[in-house]
Design a protein around this ligand. Structure first.
Ligand code: SF4
Length: 273
């Protein structure tokens, strides 16, 4: 295993083999050094350290596409996962086809358990999420959180396009940290966010310069894109994530996939997208 050199020019030894995703002092030290690394350096480190045990999880928003581009330019071939909640806009499925073709990758579409969805819909109706924050959390848990938790069990680490500038709840996103989705039935796992310190403008500059495929709903005024019934275009002066679950007066604008320290942040409802 070669040593990794951070942006500040400091040599950082990769975590010991016994680390395997567990959050040890050695792992914390390496993660600390990676905080000042560039996105490419974090991706290169992750590809080397977790070869064969790394997943790239993307909802196919612009940040996830940029991350996939960085990975492919570095010759990485991690498994690419996306959540098929069953309520995605048709344009998202079209984008999956374009992404497969552009990057030459397989995109694994992770579905919720049919029995869980059937039970939830029988009890609460197909649009239960409009009824209360609790019902919305239940839908996100069944359609997103539990399927991703299950899909990630074989992996030692996963990375995604999370950025600190996306919301107050994401402002403290570390580049490398223990995965808050970890559960007792799985080996400890890391969550890696190489774009944590990128701005929205940087993401779009990269998309345009590299002529990457992007979600067509961005051109129709959407700033953040999730399930069709829970996403609308942004209004003037709205925060990018205000188009998500807009009917919730004080919602956390999160679905539970990126819970930090057990909550979603100051406006969190514990559920979390
Ligand atoms: Fe359900 Fe809406 Fe959450 Fe999608 S975003 S899982 S439809 S509540």
């Amino acid at each position: 295993m070669t040593s990794w050199r951070g942006a500040a020019g400091t040599a950082v030894e990769p975590p010991p083999a016994a680390w395997d995703g567990a959050w040890t002092e050695e792992g914390a030290a390496a993660a600390g050094a990676l905080e000042s690394a560039t996105a490419e350096e974090v991706v290169a480190w992750a590809l080397e350290r977790f070869a064969g045990r790394l997943a790239l999880v993307t909802s196919l928003q612009a940040g996830g596409i940029v991350l996939l581009d960085l990975v492919r330019r570095l010759g990485g071939e991690p498994r690419v996962l996306t959540l098929d909640t069953g309520r995605l806009p048709a344009e998202t499925y079209d984008l999956v086809e374009r992404v497969r073709e552009h990057f030459g990758v397989e995109v694994e579409m992770i579905s919720p358990r049919a029995a869980d969805v059937e039970r939830m819909v029988a009890r609460g109706g197909p649009n239960l999420f409009y009824r209360s924050p609790e019902a919305r959390s239940e839908c996100c848990r069944v359609r997103k959180v539990e399927p991703l938790r299950r899909a990630l069990r074989p992996f030692a680490a996963w990375m995604g396009g999370l950025r600190r500038g996306q919301s107050e709840a994401r402002a403290a996103t570390p580049k490398v940290a223990p995965d808050p989705l970890d559960d007792a039935s799985a080996a400890p796992r890391l969550k890696i966010s190489p774009l944590a310190d990128w701005s929205e403008a940087q993401v779009w500059e990269h998309v345009r310069r590299r002529r990457l495929p992007y979600h067509p709903l961005y051109d129709r005024g959407y700033l953040s894109i999730g399930c069709a019934p829970c996403t609308r275009p942004a209004r003037p002066l709205e925060h990018p994530r205000d188009g998500r679950w807009w009917w919730e007066a004080d919602g956390g604008r999160e679905c539970g996939l990126h819970v930090l320290n057990g909550h979603d942040g100051p406006h969190g409802n514990g559920s979390g997208s």
